[in-house]
Design a protein around this ligand. Structure first.
Ligand SMILES: NC(=O)c1ccc[n+]([C@@H]2O[C@H](COP(=O)([O-])OP(=O)(O)OC[C@H]3O[C@@H](n4cnc5c(N)ncnc54)[C@H](OP(=O)(O)O)[C@@H]3O)[C@@H](O)[C@H]2O)c1
Length: 384
């Protein structure tokens, strides 16, 4: 029985992870769960999985949880200590990191330092501090298994292959809901329109990122860090059917791809069971119904976020972190109706222009630059 903990158990990835766990009685024991605001869902998860420790936003959240759940035998923490306590708990073998944002960077590092396996869905730790995180994985003999479907696909294609034989990565993406919109129509896109993703059901922030293609940009940086390749060796391919989750080309021009219907339970389960594969209830792709798989080049003019991310990946250091921080603020401002869809890349560009990149930053520098970037972005989004 594998002992696991989930940071962000009430989110889209967190609930899918628990659905995999629930479908496999006897295979997993849930030691820790963290939520932020959703106490109703956390209460149901506590009833079903009886974790030893849970983490919530603050004291009022604890009081709410006490009314909703039987907490006997469950140690309840507030966020400031809870995430770290779960990540470092001696019994946890695999830590699923499924929070959004940067809150899990330190707890993830602490689990890595204890040699645990990290099933990483949360892109931000690698985007902000990829060098530090991957160096710690190497130093501490920990294992980092990507949960993002594209990175899981690449990881699966590279399994047991010689790393030096890797020549190129094809990172696929569906193109989002506005793939065919002309630029002027993109100006009139509303948050409701952007939240309707054609292929994947996900949290709000990542759904907007998918519409701007910033999600592909963040994934590009994530892939550079995870697989130790430069951005020039990663080709982004728009593949509307979302059946190929990514591909890898080797030096003999042989290309391996991982395929399947879009269902996050597959990469989550792969990360939980690695290096084994187990049966599940996910449907097979019906190739006779799918009929055709299409591939397009991304349109960098209509969707500039991808190129911004490429430049940030090239610059390295604190640049990807600044891009990520400004993007988070801009997406929030777009959802609040404060800025338009096309303003998101414009705001990111303006703050990045002002930033003096630190090449090999410490964690403290990364966090302080993150704070600076958010402040600058808020000024642009909210005080005009
Ligand atoms: N969804 C996908 O299919 C998908 C695919 C690939 C990668 N990812 C990545 O996985 C991560 C999670 O995505 P998601 O779609 O599952 O997000 P989500 O649905 O928004 O869930 C986020 C989770 O984090 C918690 N959370 C939010 N703010 C927090 C804070 N300040 N401190 C602590 N916990 C906080 C939420 O708690 P409450 O709900 O209780 O407030 C929730 O449990 C993201 O980095 C995303 O880019 C997601």
């Amino acid at each position: 029985m594998k002992k696991i903990a989930i940071l962000g158990s009430t989110g889209s990835i967190g609930t899918s992870t628990l659905s995999v766990v629930h479908s496999r009685p006897g295979d997993f024991r849930v030691i820790g769960l963290s939520a932020y605001r959703n106490m109703r869902l956390l209460a149901r998860q506590i009833k079903l999985f009886r974790p030893k420790l849970v983490s919530v936003k603050d004291e009022p959240a604890i009081r709410k949880l006490e009314k909703l759940a039987d907490l006997s035998g469950v140690k309840v923490y507030t966020q400031d200590q809870g995430l770290a306590a779960i990540a470092a708990h001696a019994e946890v073998q695999t830590l699923v990191v499924a929070t959004s944002g940067i809150i899990s960077l330190r707890p993830t590092l602490s689990a890595i330092e204890r040699g645990k396996t990290i099933a990483l869905a949360n892109k931000e730790p690698l985007v902000m501090a990829g060098e530090i995180v991957m160096a710690a994985v190497k130093r501490c003999g920990a294992r980092m298994i990507p949960v993002d479907s594209e990175h899981s696909a690449i990881f699966q294609c590279l399994h047991k292959e010689e790393h030096r034989a890797l020549s190129r990565i094809y990172l696929t993406g569906s193109g989002g809901p506005f793939r065919d919109f002309p630029k002027d129509r993109l100006n009139r896109v509303t948050p409701e329109m952007a939240l309707r993703h054609p292929k994947w059901k996900m949290g709000k922030k990542i759904t907007i990122d998918s519409a701007t293609l910033m999600n592909k940009g963040l994934e590009l940086i994530e892939a550079c860090r995870l697989f130790g390749v430069g951005p020039e060796r990663i080709e982004v391919v728009i593949h509307p059917e979302a059946i190929i989750h990514s591909m890898v080309e080797f030096c003999d021009r042989s290309v391996l791809a991982q395929l399947g219907i879009p269902d996050m339970r597959v990469p989550i389960q792969y990360a939980l069971d690695y290096p084994y594969r187990r049966d599940n209830a996910v449907k097979s792709p019906d190739f006779f119904r799918i009929k055709a798989l299409r591939f397009f080049k991304p349109d960098n003019e209509r969707f500039p976020c991808l190129n911004i991310a490429r430049q940030a990946a090239r610059a390295g250091g604190t640049s990807p972190g600044v891009m990520n921080a400004v993007n988070e603020v801009a997406v929030e401002a777009f959802l609040d109706g404060r800025i338009g869809f096309n303003d998101i890349p414009a705001v990111i560009r303006r703050v990045m222009k002002k930033h003096a990149c630190i090449t090999h930053p410490t964690l403290e520098q990364i966090f302080s630059v993150d704070e600076w970037a958010r402040k600058e972005a808020r000024l642009l989004c909210y005080q005009q």
